[in-house]
Design a protein around this ligand. Structure first.
Ligand SMILES: NC(=O)c1ccc[n+]([C@@H]2O[C@H](COP(=O)([O-])OP(=O)(O)OC[C@H]3O[C@@H](n4cnc5c(N)ncnc54)[C@H](OP(=O)(O)O)[C@@H]3O)[C@@H](O)[C@H]2O)c1
Length: 327
């Protein structure tokens, strides 16, 4: 299942509107016969990719999949049909399909005599490759991750506004991997004016990754046509509003949204209650001064604090990445 999760992580960002799923086929001796991940829309699902790689070795073997195999005819035939045709004897999956149109895969497999086990490493898959897609399925809304880099004293820029770079190259490479899997990156005009960021997903050598998220700039001020965020590397949406809910509506068909704005926009989104996850990249530096990571979020006293819980703490180079979800 960990190998299937790895496969799913590799295709994350390229499968919209389908979920990023990973699959592994073990032959009847338990040896890995094929692996696969969901292809871009209209292409084969993960199970079919792994079955193709396994060929005849799938017969009598086991399919390990991060999501319950689908049982419906979308743009491609049901994966359950492909699994049954391969002569597989067992199917193990992590998360049940919450989509009523696609569910029932496990039941059909079991009725056909396949040994089915559900829930294997479900927590890891729910927190990992399927986090944003499951949120979208359950709430109908995009999943918003507020990502920011901060000094250990909670500053997101030095007193003169400069913030490039607070964190290490290793931490920034991690951010670029997140961007490559995201559907949209949102900032305010303030960040565009001060940092002039390109907001693209890039590899270590500076080249663009194959998938580029939509760039979204929120605010009333005119963005200069020379701003890097308007270059040809990706598409850009300018939204003239201060209302986070309006931004959410404009991004309603997206799944995985990264909020990378400065303290003003981050504050507005937190106040509006539309942030689902926080990713804080904390560097072992001190900046002091007036530019804090987030502005007023409407907390008048300690009893009203927004309370979040850690769901992951990872050392990245000299920095630490904190992942938080609402309590
Ligand atoms: N460390 C980090 O991770 C990080 C990330 C990003 C930025 N920064 C730093 O943050 C600083 C820029 O901060 P910032 O707060 O100006 O950036 P910002 O939050 O990205 O942009 C602020 C602008 O967004 C617009 N806006 C959108 N919704 C709003 C709302 N609800 N209320 C008020 N304004 C809203 C306003 O522009 P209009 O006047 O055009 O309407 C506002 O001036 C820079 O020093 C930058 O280096 C740091």
């Amino acid at each position: 299942m960990r190998l299937a999760i790895e496969q799913a992580e590799q295709v994350k960002g390229s499968t919209y509107p389908n979920p990023p799923v990973g699959a592994v086929i073990l032959d009847s001796d338990g040896q890995i016969a094929g692996v696969g991940g969901t292809q871009p829309v209209g292409g084969p699902h993960a199970e079919v990719m792994a079955l193709r790689a396994a060929g005849d070795r799938a017969k009598g073997g086991t399919a390990v999949v991060t999501l319950e195999p689908c049982n419906h005819h979308g743009r491609t035939p049901p994966c359950v049909d492909a699994l049954l045709a391969s002569g597989i004897s067992a199917v193990t999956f992590a998360v049940s399909d919450p989509n009523p149109a696609a569910e029932g895969g496990a039941q059909r497999l079991a009725e056909a005599g396949v040994t089915v086990s559900a829930g294997v490493l479900a927590g890891e898959v729910e927190k990992g490759p399927l986090r944003e897609w499951l949120h979208k399925q359950r709430t109908g809304l995009p999943h918003v991750t507020w990502k920011f880099a901060t000094s250990v004293d909670g500053r997101s820029a030095a007193a003169d506004g400069s913030s490039q770079w607070i964190t290490s190259e290793a931490a920034r490479a991690d951010v670029h991997r997140k961007r490559a899997a995201a559907d949209a990156i949102v900032v305010g005009t303030g960040t565009v004016f001060v940092d002039d960021p390109t907001l693209t997903a890039r590899r270590a050598d500076g080249s663009l990754t194959s998938h580029q998220p939509l760039r979204v700039v929120v605010g009333m001020r005119e963005v200069s046509p020379d701003a890097k965020v308007l270059n040809d590397d990706s598409h850009t949406m300018l939204i003239r509003t201060h209302d986070p809910h309006e931004v959410m509506r404009s991004l309603g068909d997206r799944t995985d949204v990264l909020l990378e704005g400065g303290p003003t926009l981050a504050g507005a989104f937190l106040r509006a209650g539309v942030v689902n996850r926080i990713l804080a990249y904390v560097a072992p530096i001190l900046l002091g001064g007036p530019i804090t990571a987030v502005d007023d979020i409407g907390v008048p006293s300690i009893t009203h604090a927004q309370r979040w819980g850690f769901d992951g703490i990872t050392a990245i180079g000299p920095d630490v990445r904190l992942s938080l979800v609402p309590n």
